[in-house]
Design a protein around this ligand. Structure first.
Ligand code: ATR
Length: 269
């Protein structure tokens, strides 16, 4: 059977094996998908070992996505934009990389949730690796504007400048303090969002009918989701759908057919 894995550290809680096995079972596709905890100081070694074990491709999660990007011989345009890779596969000795996170998020927002990004004012909270991963596909939806707000304002400004190049929509970076304006779609990528507190944000950021999306997921609504509901959001979602959709996108790259995501989301819920 074909061998795949997810690399992370930690990786014990990853749902990716369940997701990919569920995809494979839809067509009796014979694949094995493991968790591999790579040492923090030797991702390259872990990758090499996996290939020697017969691995054909892998997903990459925190904190190895940037290193994976550096190790690739060829990457897709969207991986280049992100400067990070979450999907790897070999063709002979050539290591290829893609980044399916942004496509997964947009797919979940547009197709599963039925929310529109085109023509909307988008606020992104955070300016770390997760934001870099989704900005390209987000801008491809043609929002009216994207405001990136981050605790460290300078990181948001640098990121905004970088994605402004070649974008049809204005991209503006700023700090969280003094954040103003009204937004139709608010996306949270502050990694403290799952367990920690939401940073204090000014009221009134959500326009009438605004929707809110958290890139993380959990059993309970996240602090960001509760904040958005308090602020009058019309709809809120966690990022479980993004997880499943980015996996489907990776699966298609590897196996050449697109799995159904809805039954897998139902299974995970
Ligand atoms: P990820 O891969 O999840 O994006 P990251 O690249 O480390 O991880 O980025 C973490 C993001 O969460 C950053 O935007 C970070 O803000 P800074 O750039 O100012 O560090 C944000 N973040 C983490 N903890 C935070 C907190 N307690 N309050 C506000 N922002 C926080």
């Amino acid at each position: 059977s074909a061998l795949y894995c997810v690399f992370g550290n930690p990786v014990a809680h990853s749902r990716s094996p369940d997701i990919h096995h569920a995809f494979a079972n839809q067509k009796a596709d014979d694949l094995r998908y493991e968790k591999r905890e790579a040492p923090l100081d030797d991702f390259a070694g872990a990758l090499h070992t996996f290939r020697a074990d017969g691995g054909q491709g892998a997903n990459v999660t925190v904190p190895f996505k940037e290193q994976a990007f550096e190790l690739c011989d060829a990457v897709t345009e969207r991986a280049l934009q992100a400067g990070a890779v979450n999907t790897l596969w070999w063709e002979g000795d050539q290591l290829n990389g893609d980044n399916t996170d942004g496509a997964g998020m947009v797919q979940d927002i547009r197709e599963n949730l039925g929310w529109q990004i085109q023509g909307k004012r988008v606020l992104v909270l955070g300016a770390g690796g997760a934001v870099r991963g989704v900005m390209g596909p987000l801008l491809a939806e043609k929002p009216t504007l994207v405001r990136v707000a981050n605790r460290t304002a300078e990181k948001a400004e640098i990121l905004a400048r970088r994605f402004m190049d070649g974008s049809n929509s204005p991209v503006l970076g700023s700090g969280l303090e003094g954040l103003a304006g009204q937004f139709d779609v608010v996306i949270n990528a502050i990694s403290a969002g799952l367990h920690g507190e939401m940073p204090a944000l000014p009221g009134g950021l959500l326009a009438e009918g605004a929707v809110a999306y958290d890139m993380v997921y959990g059993k309970e609504p996240t602090p960001f989701m509760r904040w958005a509901e308090d602020q009058g959001a019309k709809a809120v979602s966690d990022g479980l759908g993004m997880l499943v959709e980015q996996a489907a996108e990776a699966f298609e790259v590897w196996r050449g057919w697109r799995p159904e995501t809805a039954p897998v989301m139902a299974m995970l819920r």
